[in-house]
Design a protein around this ligand. Structure first.
Ligand code: BG6
Ligand code: MG
Length: 217
């Protein structure tokens, strides 16, 4: 293996919680029941597809323009929350693990559905930790389609079979499998049957990188 492709939200930092808070505001305004269990289904899924999942519990009908307004509204709330991020938001062990992987000679990329990826990487000063970024702005199909990871692999000049994908979302694990990558599940995705390897601590990646995938636990 020669590379690692990291999902962003819920893997490198806890922006999954900020997505939840922003959607919660929209759902509350419409009187739609929305909780963390439903939110888990939004992991890795595009903004528009997330809204459709939330609207499953909505009785009324919305036009395409109204849906677009709701997506924009959610994103405005989300962007306000992103102002709370800075370099101290990233756990020291995450930054240290990324440095270690790079020192071992691995190429590192981000593969995220989010159109806010670059803002987040800049605010947290994570941008210098990666060789390439593939995100919601360079894809036409969101996870579980493998496009975002295939682009990431291309940007670091590697074949999918040479790359681990680290994901907290079932949709992301499915995308990794579909693209021919080696999927590693963390957080909620550590329960995902399709994850070839399940870790509960980001630092375990150092040993996986050093000794191979048989050494996660
Ligand atoms: C993914 C998140 O990383 O990005 C999803 O897990 C989110 O919850 C998606 O919907 C799109 O993000 P954004 O920032 O473009 O709305
Ligand atoms: Mg995620």
């Amino acid at each position: 293996m020669k590379g690692f492709i990291f999902d962003l939200d819920g893997v490198l930092l806890s922006t999954d919680e900020l997505h939840y808070q922003a959607w919660k505001k929209v759902a509350d305004k419409l009187g739609i029941p929305f909780d963390r269990t439903i939110n888990d289904r939004l992991r890795g899924v595009s903004r528009e597809a997330s809204l459709e999942i939330i609207l499953e519990k909505y009785d009324g009908r919305l036009s395409a323009a109204e849906k677009e307004d709701l997506c924009n509204e959610k994103n405005e709330y989300y962007k306000e929350l992103l102002h709370t991020l800075n370099e101290r938001t990233i756990l020291p062990q995450v930054r240290e693990t990324l440095k270690d992987l790079r020192a071992q000679g691995y190429r590192l990329a981000v593969g995220s559905s989010s159109k806010n990826t670059k803002t987040i990487l800049q605010r947290t000063e994570l941008d210098s930790c990666f060789d390439a970024v593939s995100d919601g702005n360079n894809i036409s199909k969101s996870k579980p389609d493998p496009e975002v990871f295939l682009k990431a692999a291309e940007y670091i000049f590697l074949d999918p079979k040479e790359c681990y994908v680290v994901e907290d979302a079932d949709a992301g694990i499915d995308a990794a499998v579909a693209g021919g990558f080696y999927p590693i599940g963390i957080g909620p995705a550590s329960h995902c049957a399709a994850a070839k390897l399940k870790i509960d601590d980001f630092t375990q990646l150092k040993d996986i990188a050093r000794y191979g995938s048989g050494n996660a636990r």
